[in-house]
Design a protein around this ligand. Structure first.
Ligand code: RIB
Ligand code: CA
Length: 330
């Protein structure tokens, strides 16, 4: 294993764009994927865990799957699961059958704690790519707050701050992952974890169309065909919204930040999350200019908030990485 390899856990509510991000991680040569932790979100935790097992089995990822949270810590925005976005099974209703693999007996929160310790024993630090809400990470912090020193970074696909004109997608101000467990997100962003937030501000700038997917079919073998097949449902959902068959690569942007952070511009500010009322799930960063009356952002560590992205470079990185699936080097 090369010395600059990053040890990574993928925490996910594996849905359509999550699956694209997981394959992005898998085919990235500088990543050592230690495991997948699942939770509810795009579908029930039963379905997201089955989806994770199916992708692992189908594409021979050889990583353990740890089942996680079936519900939020406290109130969330809405109820049920967005079958209109990710299909009834969470993978655009593409049926991969019942996996023969089983998920681990250890739960997701314990797996985060144990993998942090494993990395420490190996003189490394763990990175977590969290693309489906932060319930498992909040549970892990409650299990063992000392993991903070063993975790290099948590890269979160979630939130929205209004940059580039992008705000909420499940309310005018709230993004789906954060709104699925606002309290967990507020706990994580208020902790001493080194956190980068890859919100709708930048993910809505990175969109793919049918031509991009056809290129993956040509270059990425079975992985490209699978992505094209599951993305059909997602494209139709976004066509229904804006009459264009284009959709944002939400979760893959978090992976792109892990691989090449310089493709993003960021600011560092304390971030809080609204946990009740009509703005539940809203992410709000303070600024370092004004002295506000409110004390709610005082003594909160900075998060790294993505406010800009080189979208073409992210798409090229995705395409080049997935092309490894079609070549002998995968
Ligand atoms: O708001 C987009 C996020 O919600 C993505 O992670 C998508 O997979 C859904 O979980
Ligand atoms: Ca997701």
């Amino acid at each position: 294993m090369k010395s600059n390899t990053r040890s990574v856990l993928f925490d996910t509510d594996i849905g359509i764009d999550d699956a694209m991000a997981l394959l992005f991680l898998h085919y990235a040569p500088e990543i050592q994927l230690l495991g997948i932790t699942t939770r509810f979100g795009n579908a029930s935790v039963e379905d997201t865990t089955r989806n994770a097992l199916n992708v692992v089995e189908h594409f021979k990822l050889k990583v353990p799957v740890f089942r996680g949270a079936a519900r939020p810590l406290a109130a969330r925005l809405g109820e049920g699961f967005p079958a209109h976005v990710h299909g009834n099974n969470g993978l655009g209703d593409v049926d991969l059958g019942e996996p023969s693999l089983k998920y681990e007996t250890m739960n997701a929160a314990q797996a985060i704690v144990d993998n942090s310790a494993l990395c420490r024993e190996q003189g490394k630090r763990l990175s977590i790519v969290a693309v489906g809400g932060l319930t498992n990470i909040a549970h892990a912090l409650a299990l063992d707050g000392l993991i903070i020193k063993d975790i290099e970074e948590v890269i979160v696909m979630g939130g929205a701050f209004g940059y580039n004109g992008h705000r909420g997608n499940v309310s005018p101000v709230a993004e789906a992952n954060i709104a699925s467990d606002p309290l967990a997100a507020d706990i994580v962003f208020s902790s001493d974890l080194t956190t980068t937030i890859v919100g709708l501000d930048v993910t809505h700038e990175v969109t793919v169309d049918e031509a991009f997917l056809e290129l993956l079919v040509k270059q990425a073998g079975e992985a490209g065909q699978f992505i094209r097949d599951i993305m059909r449902f997602y494209l139709e959902f976004y066509f229904g919204i804006n009459q264009r068959r284009e959709c944002p690569l939400h979760d893959s942007c978090a992976v792109a930040y892990l691989l090449q952070p310089d493709l993003f511009s960021t600011i560092k500010n304390p971030v809080r999350v609204v946990t009740e009322g009509i703005a539940i799930g809203q992410t709000i960063h303070s600024d370092d200019i004004r002295r506000f009356v409110s004390k709610e952002w005082e003594n909160i560590p900075n998060s790294n908030v993505c406010i800009g992205v080189d979208a073409d470079a992210v798409l090229k990185l995705y395409q080049a990485t997935l092309a490894r699936a079609g070549s002998s080097c995968s």
